[in-house]
Design a protein around this ligand. Structure first.
Ligand code: KIV
Length: 263
């Protein structure tokens, strides 16, 4: 049965921890969907992980639409959440609803946007328009220029600000909130205070769910990676080795073999 935002509320009540992974293409989405991953995020991290940008900031709506449509075509059970890219919702709530609707039209089941109280108006308008919204607080990569080099957010008094942001997003109708790069204690505190689930990335084990970027999980991203990354595979080595074996086979005349030929 397809996953819906209401399922996340049930998981929180039952204290069942869950996962979300990013996906940017139909094939990977299908593999993850078949593996039972309940939430697929078409993150604007497509910018650094697929498109070769240094940050998520250059990602456009047109790019977000292409990748969202691809992931939606590959997923059948997972809830597909699409990131609203930088510049797609900051001007006004109306701009945000318009762009969120475009993502839903190509197959997103929900959208994600960054910011707390400053984004609450847009979140309210989207949810009232029938678009489920996931929030994103803590280190929000679209604000990288404003943040400077300090990655971990919410230390000291900033923690109270983040809690107020999380409560504002919940009040505005967000069905879940991503917490990125915040102290583990704050991740647990916000999770306790909220009725909606939190999904952590570098926010400690106290969150209701955990999310990782698929290229980090698979070991495709080169070093250095953030502290919260755990690699579950070493695809960089696997790909390099496969390419080297192919080169050797061709050089030695072992490929193509008789079974690879047409007559
Ligand atoms: O774009 C993305 O991949 C994200 C995750 C880091 C949550 O927003």
């Amino acid at each position: 049965m397809p996953v819906t935002p209401a399922d996340l509320a049930v998981w929180k009540q039952r204290r069942e921890r869950f996962v979300m992974l990013t996906a940017y293409d139909a094939l990977t989405a299908r593999v993850l969907d078949e593996a039972g991953i309940p939430l697929l995020l078409v993150g604007d991290s497509v910018g650094n992980n697929v498109l070769g940008y240094d940050t998520t900031i250059p990602v456009t709506m047109e790019e977000a639409l292409v990748f969202t449509a691809a992931v939606a075509r590959g997923a059948s059970e997972a809830l597909v959440v699409a990131d609203l890219p930088f510049g797609a919702y900051q001007a006004s709530a109306a701009q945000g609803v318009g762009n969120a609707a475009r993502l839903v039209k190509v197959g997103a089941n929900a959208v994600k946007l960054e910011g707390g109280r400053r984004s609450a108006k847009a979140v309210r308008k989207m949810t009232r328009s029938g678009i489920p919204v996931m929030g994103h607080l803590g280190f929000t990569p679209q604000s990288a220029n404003a943040f400077g080099r300090r990655v971990v957010r919410g230390r000291g008094e900033e923690g109270d600000e983040l809690l107020a942001d999380a409560l504002a997003l919940q009040e505005a109708g967000s069905f879940a909130i991503v917490l990125e790069a915040v102290p583990a204690e704050l991740g647990a505190r916000i999770t306790e205070a909220l009725e909606v689930p939190t999904i952590g990335i570098g926010a400690g084990p106290g969150c209701d769910g955990q999310v990782l970027v698929i290229t980090d999980l698979l070991g495709l991203t080169p070093d250095p990676t953030p502290r919260f990354v755990k690699r579950y595979a070493d695809l960089r080595a696997t790909i390099a080795e496969a390419a080297a074996r192919f080169t050797k086979d061709v050089a030695e005349g072992h490929y193509p073999g008789p079974e690879h030929q047409y007559h």
